[in-house]
Ligand binder design. Sequence first.
Ligand code: ADP
Ligand code: VHF
Length: 374
Amino acid sequence: MGTRDKIAKAQRLVVKIGSALLTNDGQGLDVARIGLWVAQIAQLRAQGKEVVLVSSGSIAAGMKRLGFSSRPTQVNELQAAAAVGQMELVGVYESHFEKHGLCTAQILLTHDDLSNRRRYLNARSSLRTLLGLGVVPIVNENDTVVTDEIRFGDNDTLGALVANLVEADVLIILTDQQGLFDKNPRDHKDAILISHALASDERLEAMASGGAGVLGSGGMLTKVRAARLAARSGADTLIASGREPDVVVRTALGESLGTWLQPEHEPLAARKQWLAAHLKSRGSLVLDAGAVRALRRAGTSLLSVGVKDAEGSFSRGDMVLCVDEQGGLVARGLVNYSVAETLKLLGKPSSSIGEVLGYQGEPELIHRDDLVII
Ligand SMILES: Nc1ncnc2c1ncn2[C@@H]1O[C@H](COP(=O)(O)OP(=O)(O)O)[C@@H](O)[C@H]1O
Ligand SMILES: N[C@@H](CCC(=O)OP(=O)(O)O)C(=O)O
C-alpha cells in the first residue's frame, strides 16, 4: 500500500483548494486562511518541489463583490461573478506568495484546451516552462467563456487533468472534510474515515455519492473520480482537510491524515491518457467475441474483420467506443475510417479494403497505439 511519505519524495505536486474551503461561509474569500495554504506551498517550494495550484473561488468572490446574496442561477450572472471574482482571487494569492519571494501565474483553462491535442500540448509546454522558471501557476476553469456542455464544472476533475498534464507525482485535494468517509459525515455522525484505498476501488463511488456542500460543486464523488483520473498518469491522491493546520507539511512528515488513494496500474503513456480522458465519442463499434479477446488479451489493433456493426456520425480521426455484443464497453480509440466507410468494411479482411473502398488506407480500423482498453 502506498504511503503518504510519497509527498516527501514527490518532485511535482498539484494542490487543489475547493470552494467549500476558500470562502468565509459564503462571505467572500477567507484571505487569512489562504495565507496559511500559501505558506505550506512555499515550504514545498523551499524543498525544491514544483507545485501547481488549482484554485476555485472566483464565483464566490465575485458574488460578494457584486452584492449577490445567493449564488445566481443564470449563466450570464455566474460568468460575470467569475470574471469579477477571479481578479480578486489571483490578487490575494499573488500578494501572499510575494511575501515568500514567489512569483505566480494565472492559467485559465477550458475543456477545449485539453481536448484539442495541439492546445493540450501547448498548455503542457507553458505549464512546464513556468515550473522550470520557479513560478507557481494558479489554475482555474475559464468560467467566463465556458458553456454548460463543455464545463468541467467542478475543479476536482480539472485538478486531476492538470496532474495528468504535468505528470505530477501527487494530487492533493484540500476540502472542508477530513477526507473520504464511508458515508457523508454531514448526514451521518457515525461515518468512518477511509484512510487508504486503491483509486480504482469501485466501492468508493457509493460511499462518496452523498452530494456536495452549499458552496462546493462536485462533492466527494468528483474527488474519487479525480483520484482515478490522476492514477492514470501514476499520481497518488490525498484528500484532506484544508482546515487542519499544516496538513500538507505534516502529511509529508509521515502523519496519517486524510484519505490516501493510490494507483493500481502502471501509468498510461501520455498519448493514451489524453485519449482516455479528453475526447468525446462520436459513435460506437460493435465487436465480435474474437475481437474482444484479441484486444483484451493480446493488445492488438482492431481490424474490420472483427467488427459487426457501427453507429454514430464519426469521421476519420474521431474517438469511438468499442463495445461487445452485449453493449459492454471494451475500449476507446481513434478510428481510421468514417462511419460510411466502416459500414462497408464490416466483417471484411484488411486485404479487401482497397477493393471495397476504391483506395487503400490503413490496414487497421483502429491502430493499437490509438486504443485504450477499459
Ligand atoms: N463520503 C463522504 N465523505 C466526505 N464528504 C462527503 C461524502 N459524501 C459527500 N460528502 C460531501 O462532500 C463535501 C465536499 O465537497 P464540495 O462541497 O464539492 O467541496 P469542495 O468545494 O472542496 O470541492 C463535504 O462537505 C461533504 O458534505
Ligand atoms: N471555477 C469555479 C469553481 C468550481 C467549484 O466550486 O469547484 P469545487 O471547488 O471543486 O467545488 C470558481 O472558481 O468559482
